[in-house]
Every structure is written in structure tokens, then in C-alpha cells.
Ligand binder design. Structure first.
Ligand code: SF4
Length: 70
């Protein structure tokens, strides 16, 4: 049985670009130098990166990252 697909959403209005997410989960996030906003490097979270994705959500002080089960 396949597990749930987890999709990453970043609220650009909240994101302040300080890159805590990219430090915590570099496989999943990078900060666009021009925009000063975080980018999701993957649309969905592979199972092996689920903990890293959750840690990135926790580390974002702006609450800009959310994860959505599909
Ligand atoms: S930690 Fe949050 S506010 Fe900072 S760059 Fe990442 S998503 Fe944006």
C-alpha cells in the first residue's frame, strides 16, 4: 500500500528569506537570491525526507511552510 503523498507549500508573503529551512533541510529548500524567498526543490516529500520536512516547518519562525497530505 502506498503512503500518503505530502506536498510542500511555501507562503511567499510570510517568507523572510533567512534560510533556516534550507539549513535544516537542504534537500528540500533553497533560497532564491534575487527574490529573497524560499523555494521548494521538490513538489512532494519523499518518505526518507519526511522528518527533515517536518523539522523545516518547525524551524521557520514565520510559519511560512506547510505540508499537505494528499
Ligand atoms: S525559514 Fe521560513 S521564512 Fe525563512 S526562508 Fe525558510 S520558509 Fe522563508
Amino acid at each position: 500500500m502506498a503512503g500518503a503523498v505530502i506536498r510542500i507549500a511555501i507562503d511567499a508573503d510570510r517568507c523572510q528569506g533567512h534560510a533556516r529551512c534550507a539549513v535544516r533541510a537542504p534537500e528540500l529548500f533553497d533560497v532564491d537570491d534575487d527574490q529573497g524567498k524560499s523555494l521548494a526543490l521538490m513538489e512532494t516529500v519523499p518518505p526518507e525526507l519526511a522528518d527533515a520536512a517536518a523539522a523545516a516547518v518547525e524551524t521557520c519562525p514565520e510559519r511560512a511552510i506547510s505540508l499537505h497530505d494528499e
